[in-house]
Design a protein around this ligand. Sequence first.
Ligand code: THU
Length: 131
Amino acid sequence: MNSTMRDRLIAAAKNAAGNAYAPYSKYRVGAAVLAENGEIYSGCNVENSSYGLTICAERVALFGARCAGATKWIALAIYAPQPPVPLPCGACRQVMAEGGNAPLVIVVGHDDTIREFAFKEILPHSFDMTM
Ligand code: THU
């Protein structure tokens, strides 16, 4: 991925964070997936009065990509405009385990610190029935 695309992906994650619905935790998150087809799909966290129904930004973005017909993704940027940095939860990591092509996870903090991880680094030995 070139630096222009990386900047676009981070900008899309930041933009999506503006649509987060997080009245309970007050923790807003945006995510953006770069698919193999070159398109970017974004998502934000959406909370609910029935707390357990909340869905993270990462899964909204990944499911949106799939629903739009993008079958493979190569990078996912996550941004939170407030601390702490949005390291993805275990459920999202398990969802990321499918549909990726040697994917990269880019985590951007409120202070614009950027950390990058190969997906395998953050979820080694994942459960995957597609293999
Ligand atoms: N959340 C995300 O959307 N992504 C993360 O990486 C961490 C947590 C959301 C879920 C919930 O709406 C709020 O942040 C607090 O956990």
